[in-house]
Design a protein around this ligand. Structure first.
Ligand SMILES: Nc1ncnc2c1ncn2[C@@H]1O[C@H](COP(=O)(O)OP(=O)(O)OP(=O)(O)O)[C@@H](O)[C@H]1O
Ligand SMILES: [Mg+2]
Length: 421
């Protein structure tokens, strides 16, 4: 954190930074000069004057390069760095030449220094070339990766080893692509659901609407005039309208699930009362189908930290299924108990079981097991959303839901949610 502030500070004052560097350079040069050569005061003065003069030229040049971003105008980073190296050497060269002349070094020695300087310059340029090769190679990789990403290849990743700026950039790039890939997958999933939904709506909504239309037209055109048929038509229309209403409710809940917007309003509530309330609401439905509905709730179950409306919906969907898919004379038992820091609720019914081939799909959107496709006695046709909604609500509570089903034992749906926050 501090480092970032420090760098920002320096970047805001590039000229100051460069001037400080030059003063330090002069200081070091003078120290070495005085200590190693023990020059007379006149030479020291000359040296200081000269160094300040050249450093002024150097600083001004560097600032011009910085101010007009001259290095950034080269076609490649490599060229920018190489030209900087060459420029540095070109600047050093007259400095050394001048100092040598001032210090009355012999022409022979001066030529030798010049040769060594040229050698050092070429060696530094070659060295710079190799160093910049690795850098430009990595930058090229980065630019190719961005290009691939632009073409929609979300599986593109960069080698982010190291800790320099390019490695950090690669790391940031990888994290960004991770997020993009996740968003893309979610988008595809939503797209798929939307397609499913359109197919489902056109199929399941058109049928009841068409039959209502036919019956009302028959009634209006006096095709049907006996009281019994009229009543039957009206009753069937009402059933169809209820079915459409249920479809719409599920449709709304599904849209909430698909956008991942399940907002829970959790608080400590009595699960015991919630189960009793739901069961008494469903009792008439069970009695009508001559099914025995019983409950068994452990004394120590309360309180439970949950969204009561959502958990009631889960209970409703499970008990509703148990009633619908079991035959007259069978039993349903709703059991709730505490297991450590969690609560488990089982909805068990005798008489029906789900075939093994259906079990893995039972919680999928729109999945309806074989038999339930047929319209039941009360005119109910499943939408195949009840269990998908139940699972989403349980999972929103950080819980799990599962099913066990065997021909002789019947079917048990169980869900577990944490009892506390
Ligand atoms: N207790 C059960 N016994 C037997 N089969 C069941 C039971 N519960 C669910 N199923 C099967 O699982 C399928 C999916 O159930 P789900 O509740 O998701 O949809 P649905 O009941 O068909 O429609 P709805 O959206 O109206 O609830 C059902 O169609 C049924 O075949
Ligand atoms: Mg159902």
């Amino acid at each position: 954190m501090t480092t970032i502030k420090f760098n920002q500070h320096l970047n805001r004052h590039p000229f100051l930074l460069f001037t400080i560097s030059m003063v330090i350079a002069i200081g070091i040069a003078m120290l070495i000069f005085v200590l190693s050569m023990k020059p007379p005061p006149r030479d020291v003065r000359l040296m200081i004057l000269f160094l300040f003069g050249t450093s002024f030229v150097t600083t001004s040049l560097a600032y011009i390069c910085y101010r007009f971003d001259l290095v950034g105008r080269f076609p490649s980073v490599r060229w920018g760095i190489l030209v900087t190296v060459v420029l540095t050497i070109v600047l050093i060269f007259p400095n050394v030449w001048m100092i040598a002349r001032l210090m009355f070094i012999s022409l022979h020695d001066l030529q030798l220094v010049a040769v060594l300087l040229i050698f050092a310059g070429v060696a530094a340029t070659a060295f710079g070339y190799f160093i910049t090769s690795t850098m430009t190679h990595r930058i090229n990789n980065l630019s190719q990766a961005v290009e691939r990403l632009g073409e929609g290849h979300f599986d593109t990743r960069l080698d982010a080893r190291g800790s320099d700026e390019i490695a950090q950039l690669s790391h940031t790039f990888n994290s960004m692509v991770d997020s993009l890939q996740r968003i893309d997958a979610e988008k595809r999933e939503i797209e798929q659901t939307r397609r499913d939904l359109t197919a489902w709506v056109s199929h399941d909504l058109r049928t009841p609407l068409a039959s209502i239309q036919v019956m009302i037209e028959a009634l209006l055109d006096d095709v049907v005039d006996d009281k019994e048929t009229t009543e039957r038509y009206l009753q069937t229309s009402l059933t169809e309208i209820r079915h459409i209403g249920r479809l719409m409710d599920s449709f709304f809940e599904l849209s909430q699930l698909d956008t991942g917007r399940i907002e829970l309003e959790r608080e400590y509530t009595s699960l015991h009362s919630l189960i009793s309330d739901t069961m008494s609401r469903m009792m008439p439905q069970a009695e009508r189908q001559q099914i025995q509905l019983a409950g068994q709730v452990a004394e120590d179950i309360d309180p439970v930290f949950m969204d009561a409306t959502k958990i009631q919906q889960v209970l409703y969907n499970l008990i509703d299924n148990a009633i619908r898919y079991t035959a007259a004379g069978e039993h349903i038992l709703v059991r709730a108990r505490r297991i450590g820091a969690q609560v488990q609720v089982d909805v068990h019914n005798t008489g029906t079981h789900i075939d093994v081939e259906h079990l893995p799909h039972i919680f999928d959107n729109f999945y309806r097991g074989g038999r339930s496709r047929a319209q039941s006695a009360d005119g109910h046709r499943g939408t195949g959303l009840g269990l998908a909604i139940a699972r989403a609500f349980v999972e929103a509570h950080s819980g799990t839901i599962r099913v066990e089903s065997q021909p002789e034992r019947g079917t048990t749906f169980s869900f577990v949610i944490p009892a506390h926050d």
